[in-house]
Ligand binder design. Structure first.
Ligand SMILES: Cc1cc2nc3c(=O)[nH]c(=O)nc-3n(C[C@H](O)[C@H](O)[C@H](O)COP(=O)(O)OP(=O)(O)OC[C@H]3O[C@@H](n4cnc5c(N)ncnc54)[C@H](O)[C@@H]3O)c2cc1C
Length: 402
């Protein structure tokens, strides 16, 4: 077991996030798992509290809106907003990942805005809750295949298309919509646009029923002649075919470590609960004795815990690199792949180790096993992360290895 010390300046934030997870999230975790589509109103007050924490802090915050990509590298190693956000998310998801995803103003759209918005856009949209709409019926893993079109008409863009599986889509104030300025120009023409939730051109089609993260709403939309001001385009309107997909994809370097952090938090929750169950059953885990010389359950626990440690370290590394202006696409995908898979394997492994106690609703273990799967799907599936890692390690382009 590795005991990593949290940098001193982040300790209060991690402690507060853990308190929120313990005192607010855990007690209502089952309630909102059962009451799918009901808004967890307890989060309103909490969100204001987190806003306050973020405002009073120069290191970012506990939620997804805190991330920033540092522009310069002055040679000093920094533990900045990406790392603090990751640490906060781990604690909050130890409490409940569905509730974290439902936190006002902490959506993945907020990370996109924080990562690439201009100062004017940050000013205009900064305090709002933003969801992220990339996926379409014909474009999931292959996000370059999106069909939603954005056409310039005077001082406005007109968006037309369909977006599915938008996390917090119904509850957020804003939706960051990926659309193409010109489909004939391929990936480079894909830009993100900020659409106000009450825009009359944005029609909610339905909310999904899901296996896990039931506290979080997942919405499907149609965009029909949806008009947004020119200034709603995030980043540059230029179609730079040399830069390719870089602009839009850059967001993922910041958001993938956050999803990895969610997985790390859920994994830790399951491991801690399982350790308690094992201890109650008389199984002790001994770090001074080789795993295979211990009881089978203890050995299995140690194996799962080592996977958790690897996922945890990769996640911290990816966030730390972002804080230090270092290209982290490879590490962000490695962290997301390892943490997503580990979360699925470990939560199911914990249900297995605890037997009927793990499978029934008396404890949260079965819920965490259900919640885990999405963390290995959204923000790029397991297979897609491995593909990105392979491309980077082998120096292949997306057309050479797909
Ligand atoms: C609860 C939930 C919330 C979501 N939230 C959001 C959100 O907020 N915003 C958003 O834009 N999207 C969101 N999504 C969508 C999510 O990002 C996509 O489901 C995901 O990207 C996969 O796309 P797909 O479902 O179309 O699967 P597909 O792309 O059709 O993939 C199906 C399977 O094939 C595999 N596969 C695909 N291509 C390859 C390849 N080249 N090599 C090997 N295997 C491959 C995949 O890994 C997967 O296992 C959400 C989805 C869910 C279920």
């Amino acid at each position: 077991m590795i005991n990593l010390e949290i940098p001193k300046k982040f300790k209060p934030l991690a402690t507060q996030a853990n308190q929120v997870a313990t005192e607010v999230f855990r007690p209502i975790s089952r309630k909102y798992d059962e009451a799918e589509h009901a808004y967890p109103k307890e989060l309103d007050m909490l969100a204001s509290l987190i806003d306050g924490m973020n405002e009073g802090s120069d290191i970012g915050g506990a939620g997804a809106a805190g991330v920033r990509r540092e522009k310069s590298d002055d040679g000093e190693n920094r533990n900045g907003s990406n790392l603090s956000t990751v640490l906060g998310i781990i604690e909050l998801c130890w409490g409940d990942v569905g509730l974290l995803l439902s936190m006002p103003r902490q959506g993945l759209g907020n990370s996109a805005i924080a990562s690439v918005a201009t100062e004017e856009q940050l000013e205009r949209y900064g305090g709002k809750w933003a969801a992220m709409a990339i996926t379409e019926p014909e474009a999931g893993s292959d996000s370059a295949a999106i069909r939603t079109a954005a056409e310039l008409d005077g001082d406005e863009y007109v968006l037309n298309g369909e977006k599915i599986f938008v996390t917090s889509g119904d509850r957020a104030d804003l939706i960051v919509v990926w659309a193409s300025l010109d489909r004939s120009k391929g990936r480079a023409a894909i830009k993100s646009f900020i659409v106000e939730r009450d825009n009359p051109g944005l029609k909610l089609d339905r909310l999904e029923h899901k296996l896990g993260i039931r506290a979080s709403d997942t919405a499907n939309f149609t965009l029909q002649d949806c008009r947004v001001p020119k200034e709603a385009l995030l980043g540059s309107p230029e179609i730079d075919t040399k830069a390719g997909f870089g602009g839009a994809m850059q967001t993922f370097d910041n958001t993938r470590p956050l999803v990895a952090a969610m997985a790390v938090g859920v994994t830790r929750a399951a491991l801690e609960e399982t350790r308690e169950c094992l201890e109650e059953a008389g199984v002790t885990i001994d770090y001074d004795v080789p795993a295979l010389s211990q009881q089978a359950a203890a050995a299995r626990y140690l194996e799962m815990e080592s996977d958790y440690e690897a996922a945890h370290l990769l996640t911290l590394q990816a966030a730390w690199m972002a804080d230090n202006g270092k290209p982290n696409s490879l590490q962000a995908s490695m962290a997301k792949a390892k943490a997503g898979r580990t979360c699925v394997d470990v939560t199911l492994g914990c249900v297995e180790l605890c037997g009927s106690v793990g499978y029934t609703e008396n404890r949260l273990l079965e819920k965490w096993a259900r919640d885990a799967k999405i963390l290995d799907i959204f923000e790029g599936t397991q297979q897609i992360q491995l593909l990105i890692v392979a491309r980077q390690l082998l120096g292949k382009s997306s057309s050479e290895l797909r």
